[in-house]
Design a protein. Structure first.
Ligand code: TIU
Length: 224
């Protein structure tokens, strides 16, 4: 057991029972020309998370702990895409439409895939999720239970959408979540701030928040 200095109070890191959950670090959200930028968003705010997440991912791999990646997207026939999600926003480029990186948020298309900097390696489960939450309509909970995971160290995008939704889902399923402040990103600075604050508020109502350096230090303390 190793202790991570975190907000709102220290997090007892239970190494073998912890997994790194990297949410939706997909080209469609992070690269210019993808779905995120087509909605008018500045992807540079999200891209700031890449370098610290690479360092954290390397530390988890060195420690031999479980790493799980998620991707938001849909079947090519869009049979798992709710009509409401397709309609929402009246976007010029909607989910399933042909965009510069293939069909938007469709599995198997280039834009749907994970950015090369954080690409999964053999043995790291990839969860394809049709919703914002990582647990909705996926086998993530079963995988975590089968591997004895009780704690999630959470990275990814975007802080207030898929990260917050997934942490709330995880919280209700009994997992302790630590959100890594510099490894989660939002297109909106105010949502980044509040998205993190609402995790740790009220004595850690949804979990803990700590920077990547604190998590890496715990991983490298040889006490995990
Ligand atoms: N992964 C994720 O957060 N999906 C989104 O659609 N996020 C937005 O902020 N739009």
């Amino acid at each position: 057991m190793s202790v991570i200095s975190a907000d709102p109070y220290p997090f007892d890191f239970a190494g073998p029972h912890a997994a790194l959950l990297i949410i939706d670090m997909q080209r469609d959200f992070l690269e210019p020309g993808g779905f995120g930028s087509s909605l008018g968003n500045d992807v540079s705010l999200l891209r700031q998370t890449i370098e610290p997440t690479m360092r954290l991912l390397a530390a988890f791999r060195r420690a031999g702990l479980l790493v799980i990646h998620t991707r938001e997207g849909h079947r090519p026939d869009l049979s798992d895409l709710p009509a409401a999600k397709k309609r929402r926003g009246h976007a010029k480029l909607a989910i399933g439409d042909a965009g510069p990186m293939g069909r938007v948020l469709v599995r198997g298309e280039p834009g749907h895939d994970i950015i090369p900097e954080l690409y999964p390696i053999a043995g790291e489960p990839v969860i394809d999720k049709p919703g914002k939450g990582a647990f909705h309509a996926t086998d993530l909970d079963a995988i975590l239970k089968n591997r004895g995971v009780e704690q999630l160290i959470v990275c990814g995008v975007t802080t207030e959408v898929c990260v917050n939704t997934s942490v709330r889902e995880a919280n209700d399923r009994g997992y302790d979540c630590l959100v890594v402040s510099d490894c989660v990103g939002s297109y909106f600075p105010e949502f980044q701030t509040m998205g993190l604050r609402m995790i740790a508020a009220q004595g850690g109502i949804f979990g803990w928040v700590a920077p990547s350096d604190a998590v890496i230090a715990a991983l490298e303390s040889n006490q995990v």
